[in-house]
Design a protein around this ligand. Sequence first.
Ligand code: ADP
Length: 384
Amino acid sequence: MNYFSSDFRLGILGGGQLGKMLLYETRKYDIQTLVLDPNDEAPCKIACNQFFKGDLMDFDTVYNFGKKVDLLTFEIEHVNVDALEKLEQENIKVFPSSKTLRVIQNKARQKLFYSDNNIPTAPFLRFSFTDEISHSIQNGNLSLPFVWKSAQFGYDGQGVKIIKTLSDLESLPNIECIAEELVPFKNELAVIVARNPDGNVITYPVIEMEFHPTANQVEYVICPARIDREVAKKAQSTALKVSDALGHVGLLAVEMFQTKDDEIIVNEVAPRPHNSGHYSIEASYTNQFEQHIRAILNLPLGSTASKVGGIMVNLVGSEGYSGDVVYENIEEIMRIDGVTPHIYGKRETRPFRKMGHVTIVNEELAEARKIAQEVKNLIKVISK
Ligand code: ADP
């Protein structure tokens, strides 16, 4: 199949920043793209060949969009999976497949999948409704503290809450959820795995995530993770085990906890380019977006090795600011060697909204970490 400067049409469900960065790569290869997103001002709009406005959860909208393309992929998990399945039955290629997405879309199903495949994960209980949890505590089946997670539509920590007392349950929506054991972890790690339809598979180095203490969003992504080689090996083989069990095509980001005893347990996965792989745009031989394109088109996979140490800082909207965005001190950070800001193209900022990210590369990871701190202290995402 000739994808380059041809009539081949790649469809992307979702038009956010992940899609926009994917489009840098389709432009590089001159591959035609169609994007579907509900937002008229989606970051992808300027870079795709054709933009369609529509609801990603609506069967007909997704199905009709899929009929216009040769291969369909997505940059967000919240899409109508029944429509993807029907398109597959009608010989439209969908990568990652509807089967993979169905397992991942629901956290309870995803956790069951790990148990069924002997993949280490924190023990959990599933509930059809949050209000069933208090009975379970009273009956002694569940003890405090634990982590409540909505089964569906959680994003960036919004569907996750640590429950320490019964009253913490009161503010939660009454929906399908899981109660998971609180893991006293030492580190949060992630490994991105790429797999093509031929079954060729490759992993990126293990990265380390540092989270914002209250907002539950990643503050720094550090590549390579500053961990023992043995732990890194274990993390990579665990990620490969998940990838193998799923038999996915495309990228799979596997988020893991490193426990106090250096065990590796899987937290969750995302079947798409991931925030933890943004560093690869500047630091790797093949960035994650190019790799996703290579994988879904069954092209040779590229080297995942890093050229330099890389650290990524998320640019999220500061608390107390809403409205037209201003990036304060952006010129100051651009004066520093190895610092590259990425601005996603969202006009309006809101507290904790992901507006962009900054990559810091340096031969010395420790130096990159120092600069990352400096960048974080300087740049502010505020409004006019
Ligand atoms: P999301 O899908 O919103 O990214 P996650 O499941 O990744 O949600 O959870 C968000 C964060 O909450 C994790 O990165 C971690 O810091 C914390 N967390 C999640 N599960 C647990 C757990 N079982 N024990 C301790 N902390 C957890």
